[in-house]
Design a protein around this ligand. Sequence first.
Ligand code: AHG
Ligand code: MN
Ligand code: MN
Ligand code: MN
Length: 336
Amino acid sequence: MSSRISLTQYLVEQQRQNNSIPPQLRLLIEVVARACKRIAISVNKGALGDVLGSADSENVQGEVQKKLDIIANEVLIEANEWGGHLAAMGSEEMDSIHLVPNRFPQGEYLLLFDPLDGSSNIDVNVSIGTIFSVLRKVNNHRGVSEEDFLQPGKQQAAAGYCIYGPQTTLVLTVGDGVAMFTLDREMGSWVLTEDNVRIPADTKEFAINMSNLRHWAPPVKRYIDECLAGTTGPREKDFNMRWIASMVADVHRILCRGGIFMYPWDAREPQKAGKLRLMYEANPMGFIVEQAGGLATNGKQRILDITPTKLHERVAVVLGSKNEVERVTRYHLEQG
Ligand code: AHG
Ligand code: MN
Ligand code: MN
Ligand code: MN
């Protein structure tokens, strides 16, 4: 008998062992995973599938939408509408929340997603991904409004991402550690390839967009300067740098071998927020990273403690190896 554990088997076993996955949540995760398979097929077709390039539209963030941003968004909505596990969805690519149509039963969960993360990498064949976050619907009447989504990230029931890279990998947490599943294309199934993922507490690798250096706040400058000073600087070691410009790919590397990822606040931003979005980028990634033993802050505060004030709220992000995130956060708090 094969020792391969499928996503379904993993979820059923989790449900039996610690009841962390109610049936509707299990269905939700399986549906999202199936949608990711469909997105992976489009991503892989590339120019052959007429999926590259931009559409003639902008999203609510003022970004020009790529064809794949729209395709991935539609795939996720279509896949999730009818199953009876969801009440509503929110997405980077939709101005406001999408309610489950009346013809379908309404479920207990709210789903948020970044359908296609790393849009600038689509046309150059570099790893991209899909990020998702699951919240419980807290009110118990049929209606859902944006307010129902505005829960701190610590209330997430599940979070995950799928990376479309050399391998297609689904990374998942339901609050009981982090598991990775690799897509077996021939079989069309997700196979558990890593369980209890742990991020090393120390690292010699940082990820930040260095072209923004002149706009950073002093604590971020200080931290990076110290890394760059190498063996003769205060850190007494050499650091390496990576920046893929797909958060999914940078976070995935950190889960695999450690590191720190930062998209800090930037002096060009009027509000004290960064570029990344709290509800469908920072929260799910923060949950995953914490579940793997790492930390995620906005420089001063734990990301998962922030109560959002709007669906598309932005936030500064510092996440990854525990000791490095603690250091950056300490530098911010010392500054006051
Ligand atoms: P998205 O493609 O979903 O809009 O997200 C892009 C984000 C994130 O994936 C990445 O870390 C960051 O933008 C890259 O930003 P820069 O282009 O400023 O490096
Ligand atoms: Mn975008
Ligand atoms: Mn993104
Ligand atoms: Mn996106």
